[in-house]
Write a protein that binds this ligand. Sequence first.
Ligand SMILES: NC(=O)c1ccc[n+]([C@@H]2O[C@H](COP(=O)([O-])OP(=O)(O)OC[C@H]3O[C@@H](n4cnc5c(N)ncnc54)[C@H](OP(=O)(O)O)[C@@H]3O)[C@@H](O)[C@H]2O)c1
Length: 362
Amino acid sequence: MGPRHTVPVRRVALIGATGSIGRQAVEIVEAHPGLELVAAASGSTPIDGLAPLTQAGGDPTELLERAEPDVVLNAVVGFAGLPVTFWALERGVDLALANKESLVAAGELALAAQARGGGRLLPVDSEHSAAFQCLEGRGADQVDSLVLTASGGPFRGRTRDELGDVTGDEALAHPTWNMGPKITIDSATLANKGLELIEAHFLFGLPYERIEVVVHPTSVVHAIVRFRDGAALAHLGYPDMRVPISFALTYPDRSATPVPALDLAAGLTLEFHAPDLETFPLLGLAREAGLRGGTYPCAYNAANEVAVAAFLDDRLPFLGIADVVEETLAAADGSPAATLDELMEKDAQARQLATRRLRVLA
Ligand SMILES: NC(=O)c1ccc[n+]([C@@H]2O[C@H](COP(=O)([O-])OP(=O)(O)OC[C@H]3O[C@@H](n4cnc5c(N)ncnc54)[C@H](OP(=O)(O)O)[C@@H]3O)[C@@H](O)[C@H]2O)c1
């Protein structure tokens, strides 16, 4: 027998433990002897007993202080995930980031916090995890362009006229991914891909002109990186979030997961086409907000959150979501925020604008 190596256990804090990502993360952590769930938090759902330290509601950063984790998985939905992102980045604690909204809203401030803290920012979003793996640490200078794939959502192929009266239930029926309600609606409007475009810009330091979005209905290819030498690396796998969650929590290892290996003999459809920006204007609006920079991405995210909540609540038609975001962006003061407090203010202002617009449209 050779010498026994003891690998230190990684202490995981999971914020947003009761959601779609959170539940899958619990499964990954429980199955991995090298991972230990030391703290878990939810927005309001009771989670007693899930971890030694738990909290339902309140400020999750207080829990993080007590938990002293090696890695924080931020699986909170929406702008509410911001304090958790900054807690980890400022302290140099590894951040496994599912909460894309915090990076979209606070990109520059988040990167500055990461530079100060010196920890790792490991994307959990499947497309960004895929791109991160294809890049293998190579910088933007070696990259020609990045391709993010979109399933197209439940309304792929429909025209604007056919979307006037779609219901929440129809929009919640995603063809390839099983996710929480907010991101599922974002997938139906393509706002999710818009948020991911901005997220990719900050994560990989690529200008928007070099990030392309293509529709790929089977969701098997998650991202493609085209390098300057003419090679293009793609990341393939069944659409299952346990893969990027496991990758982020066990990085730089690749631990086993219950997800089956890709079966090529069963047939694989690799179909790609350009997104329909006229029917799904939220993708183009995200690109515009990203290009304008400053706090326009924050305003985009805030207005989208307000509009999606209203749609799910039957207070806004499906097509109204894009109208609310467009009007908010037109009225917003997108000047940059120098501090987190300023950013919070911009977020609140955008929410007010969006709510006002909502009253007109509803
Ligand atoms: N689901 C996916 O497959 C997927 C894929 C890629 C990226 N993402 C991203 O991952 C994030 C989570 O998505 P999801 O689909 O898992 O959402 P979800 O199912 O709606 O779950 C959201 C989680 O956040 C918690 N939460 C809400 N507000 C909170 C707060 N203020 N403090 C602490 N916890 C709070 C919720 O707690 P309660 O249960 O108590 O409300 C719940 O545990 C989103 O940013 C999404 O874009 C998700």
